[in-house]
Design a protein around this ligand. Structure first.
Ligand code: TEU
Length: 564
């Protein structure tokens, strides 16, 4: 297909993810809010990003910080009101920014009126909005749950003598998509937001929505790793296609599914344009790289390898070379900060590592996604004390291990690197107390390194700051369609220190060199004609080209050349 006919705003846009609870507090309650985002819109625009993805802002009892929704059409009280939302959306439109909301419809809150009705009696009209297993059928077959103290996805409710299914916390009952009324409700709520002018949805665990409602015993092989099984229920594609026909096709919007458990072989079934399902999804192959196999939350003992990092990206790039479209991300609200995980957050290397990773995300094919604070190189907070953690995932696993008499010290050590709270600490704006996020004690502690240069104010004033490099890089990406649509070709695949590749189309070729090493490294590229090579950007002043084939890279240096 001609590239021009495949051009789309959501392929060319750069996404900036905001965890509203942690972005900017304007009411002085220690929690971020919508007016805080409004207040910062000019800053966001100045970054060169185009699309804001907001984590859930709907009414919620906050068992899982907004991922448990009790009213899909109203705003969480702490975050503001619907008129704040309307003002936010208008402020974004005025600045040419698009808004993507989080759609959380694998489950609702147990405080949603649907569930309150559903649990009242077995013949309630809302009974079939959820999955119930009547007690007279015996104990239901094992289903594993994230965020459950017993890791059991079935919760017994004595009122109607039945168990309900919750793949996440007990306060997040799974919706029953088999019921066409449920699907209709979801389509309607999507239209509600689209009619307001919202430009798309990030769809939370959308891969889990279809279940085999006979709930057969799981085969042996799923022992320990339930995710691929949860991810590909029998009617998943039917539901997505129906959603596309009924809702998505009627608007010019973007969709990105959270592709938990979707393998590369299955990828095109979701995003091949001809199938009319989704535009993009987030795969988890990179996120799994430093985790124990099948254990999403446990760090592996050995360090991840750059060759694996390259392999994952190269394979996924090739899948979308002709059909579909990819998404590139190094962190989000569920995973540790990019520079701490894939770069180096020591004082000496932090700046180069953060900017090198910006260069990577902004030179890959696929839509780039950044987490708030990534543009200033925010790092993992690595809380030592369980008292400091706020995430249900960490808190419940701590309780479970404690009850079993397990090794709590090892657990905290793990959470310092894997815990989701690392990605959720307040945005670091300036040098005032709590980094300018809030005047009072924030809902979760601020990383103290805001006093050491990791804040917007200081970085605004420094020409070569992480922040200003980020701005230069978004500009570079936008100035060259080749960096968006061009072919990707990996060079020197076995190199464990340097990631080198080209992006090219019929008009231009760019060479990207990225050092993932803390020492000075060299690279010789005999296969390329570097005669006309012109430097586009570098994150380090040091000289880099020794002769016309040999490069010397400083620790975590990033270089882009235009080769002609
Ligand atoms: O995450 C779903 C999911 O797959 C998680 O298990 C994720 O991989 C894990 O958090 C990694 O640490 C989504 C949301 O992104 C997450 O914040 C919610 O808690 C979850 O769904 C339930 O809605």
């Amino acid at each position: 297909m001609e590239e021009s006919s495949r051009r789309k705003w959501w392929k060319e846009g750069i996404v900036y993810q905001i965890y509203p609870r942690s972005f900017q507090d304007t009411t002085g309650n220690g929690i971020g809010d919508l007016r805080g985002i409004i207040h910062r819109l000019d800053y966001i625009k100045s970054l060169g990003v185009d699309i804001i993805w907001l984590n859930p802002i709907y009414k919620s009892p906050n068992d899982d910080h907004g991922y448990d929704i009790s009213d899909y059409r109203s705003i969480m009280e702490e975050f503001g009101t619907m008129s704040d939302f309307d003002e936010l959306l208008m402020g974004m439109k005025q600045r040419g920014l698009k808004l993507v909301m989080d759609l959380v419809v694998n489950h609702s809150s147990d405080e949603h009126p649907w569930f309150l009705e559903s649990k009242k009696s077995r013949d309630n009209p809302y009974r079939d909005y959820y999955h119930w297993w009547p007690e007279e059928k015996g104990t239901p077959p094992k289903r594993w749950s994230f965020f459950d103290l017993e890791e059991n996805a079935w919760k017994y409710d004595p009122c109607t003598k039945a168990y309900y299914l919750h793949c996440f916390s007990v306060k997040q009952p799974d919706l029953n998509w088999e019921n066409s009324k449920v699907r209709q409700e979801i389509h309607d709520l999507m239209k509600f937001w689209f009619d307001k002018g919202v430009d798309g949805f990030r769809m939370d665990v959308i891969s889990f929505i279809s279940k085999d409602t006979d709930f057969p015993e799981l085969p042996e092989k799923y022992n320990g790793d339930f995710i691929p099984y949860y991810a590909n229920g029998p009617r998943l594609h039917e539901y997505l296609h129906e959603m596309n026909t009924e809702v998505l096709s009627k608007y010019d919007v973007m969709t990105v599914g959270e592709g938990t458990g979707i393998s590369i072989e299955q990828a095109l079934d979701f995003v091949n344009e001809d199938r009319k399902e989704l535009n993009m999804f987030f795969h988890f192959d990179l996120m799994d790289l430093d985790r124990e196999p099948g254990q999403m939350f446990t760090m592996r003992k050995e360090k991840w390898k750059l060759t694996d990092f390259k392999r994952v990206h190269s394979q996924w790039d090739s899948i979308f070379a002709q059909k579909g479209w990819g998404s590139i991300y190094l962190n989000n609200h569920d995973f540790p900060r990019a520079v701490s995980r894939w770069g180096n957050d020591s004082k000496v290397h932090w700046r180069n590592a953060a900017t090198m990773l910006h260069t990577f995300v902004l030179t890959m094919r696929g839509t780039p996604y950044f987490l708030y604070g990534e543009e200033i190189g925010m790092t993992n907070i690595k809380f030592n004390d369980i008292e400091d953690y706020r995430d249900i995932n960490t808190l419940n696993r701590f309780e479970t291990i404690k009850k079993e008499g397990g090794n709590l010290e090892a657990f905290i050590e793990n959470e310092k690197h894997a815990g989701r709270d690392n990605a959720r600490t307040p945005m670091q704006w300036d040098l005032s107390e709590n980094a300018g996020f809030t005047p009072i004690k924030p809902w979760i502690n601020v990383n103290k390194n805001y006093l050491e240069g990791v804040n917007v104010l200081v970085q605004e004033s420094e020409e070569d700051s992480v922040l200003n490099y980020f701005r230069r890089m978004t500009h570079v990406r936008k100035s060259h369609a080749t960096l968006i649509y061009g072919d990707y070709s990996l060079l020197d695949p076995e190199n464990e220190e340097i990631y080198a590749y080209t992006r090219s189309d019929s008009k231009n070729t760019f060479l990207v060199l990225l050092s993932f090493s803390s020492r000075i490294t060299e690279l010789t590229l005999n296969e390329l004609d570097l005669g006309l090579a012109k430097l586009v950007i570098s994150n380090d002043e040091a000289p880099h080209l020794k002769n016309d084939k040999k490069f010397v890279l400083q620790p975590y240096q990033a270089l882009i050349y235009h080769l002609g």
